[in-house]
Design a binder for this molecule. Structure first.
Ligand code: NAD
Length: 380
């Protein structure tokens, strides 16, 4: 385990002065020990207004991949808590997706609407570069493909580039294909057939992922009902899609409820009202609390864990790392979400545990059994 504190670019040191005593170090190391993080690095570059943290949870399967979140965290402690949590989540997501990638995350403390500058991202790129390929960044909440292009001018350890620059572009279409495969796997698990024609799917959130998913479902012969707070999003849906009030979407009697908007939709309030046989969607953090996984199980609702169903985006960008991106190669890997989902659902049955716990177990086993030890390769 390693905590690296850097003052950013080289600058003269003030000598003879004792700095303030920080208690945070011992707490970070304690959390890292409990949660299994390998490294946390801090970067400060006051000249460009940059304060950033990168957490690497694991590189046992390969370089740690995870986006950079640009967010006005209340304080450094909140930023640190988030980056540690999100880095671990990325390890599990990549491991369960069958990728030879570890998990990491970056956070920039600031308001993306007002604090973004090219100089700040160039400095951040040097931070990423200083980790020598153990961490690859990409976009996340508050950062865009355009920001990644600035970062790419200073480091090669960045992915999620625009298509016109040889990258994979917007990950949403791949995420939608992956959710579609997870829905097929859930149907197969419940009814013995992955043919979803005639099934009724309710999609909550008809944005980039939910809208594309609705298209795949219609094409496959499903009955589709969609809900969105945006009339524009609903207007872009394919013909034949019915609509429902977003507040009631979860209660519609259907085969699959697909949350593709916000997190925490599966709560002690909503679970007793669910009208579906299965929940399979792209939204992150669908369970309001970990106990909701058990509540779903008790309610007889099959839950495909969010990070298993929504891994299409990360699988897609993995195909941009260290190689020429080709959609057909990425798509074949994204469609393996069908098998990944079945593995998780079967593990849950075999071990009499919730599907949420089963996904964690599948991921943990892959990380633990990783043959690679020591430093990971610098590129996959
Ligand atoms: P998006 O912003 O394009 O779409 C979200 C849609 O949800 C919008 O149309 C918005 O109007 C709607 N919405 C917002 N609040 C709502 C509410 N209360 N009720 C109903 N609809 C509401 O986002 P997206 O890229 O499609 O992502 C959807 C979800 O999937 C997010 O939770 C995201 O974190 C997650 N996700 C996305 C990807 C990806 O590749 N885009 C990958 C993994 C996870």
């Amino acid at each position: 385990m390693d905590v690296t504190v850097s003052t950013g670019p080289e600058r003269p040191r003030q000598s003879g002065k004792q700095g303030p005593v920080h208690r945070v170090g011992s707490e970070v190391l304690q959390t890292m020990g409990t949660e299994g993080h390998e490294r946390v690095a801090f970067w400060s570059d006051p000249d460009v207004g940059l304060r950033a943290i990168i957490a690497i949870h694991s590189t046992r399967l390969g370089p740690a991949l995870g986006g950079t979140r640009f967010y006005p965290f209340a304080d450094e402690s909140a930023a640190l808590t988030d980056v540690l949590r999100l880095a671990k989540a990325m390890s599990y997501k990549s491991a369960a997706a069958g990728l030879d990638l570890g998990g990491g995350k970056g956070v920039v403390i600031g308001d993306p609407r007002t604090d973004k500058t090219a100089a700040l991202f160039r400095s951040y790129a040097h931070f990423v570069d200083s980790l020598s390929g153990r961490y690859y960044t990409t976009e996340d909440v508050g950062t865009t493909v355009a920001d990644m292009e600035v970062i790419a001018q200073e480091t090669r350890y960045v992915t999620g580039q625009a298509i016109e620059h040889g990258g994979s572009g917007d990950p949403s279409p791949a995420t939608a294909v992956g959710v579609f495969e997870a829905i097929r796997a859930a149907a197969d698990h419940l009814g013995g057939s992955a043919d979803v024609a005639g099934r009724h799917v309710v999609v909550l959130g008809a944005g980039k992922v939910g809208g594309a998913l609705a298209g795949h479902l219609v094409e496959a012969g499903c009955r589709v009902t969609a809900a969105d707070v945006s009339a524009d999003a609903l207007a872009r849906l394919p013909e034949g899609v019915e609509t429902v009030d977003p507040d009631r979407a979860h209660a519609v009697a259907c085969d699959v409820f697909s949350p593709c908007a916000l997190g925490a939709v599966l709560s002690p309030d909503s679970i007793p009202e669910l009208g579906c046989a299965a929940v399979v969607g792209s939204a992150n953090n669908q369970l309001a609390t970990p106990e909701c996984g058990e509540m779903l199980h008790q309610a007889g609702v099959l839950y495909v864990p969010d990070y298993v169903a929504n891994a299409g985006g990360v699988i897609n960008i993995a195909f941009e790392m260290g190689r020429e991106y080709r959609w057909n190669e990425a798509e074949a890997a994204v469609r393996k979400i069908f098998d990944n989902t079945k593995t998780v659902l079967e593990t849950a049955v075999r071990e009499s545990i919730t599907t949420a716990r089963a996904a964690d177990r599948v991921a943990e086993e892959r990380i633990t059994n990783a043959a690679k030890t020591g430093l990971p390769p610098l590129a996959i």
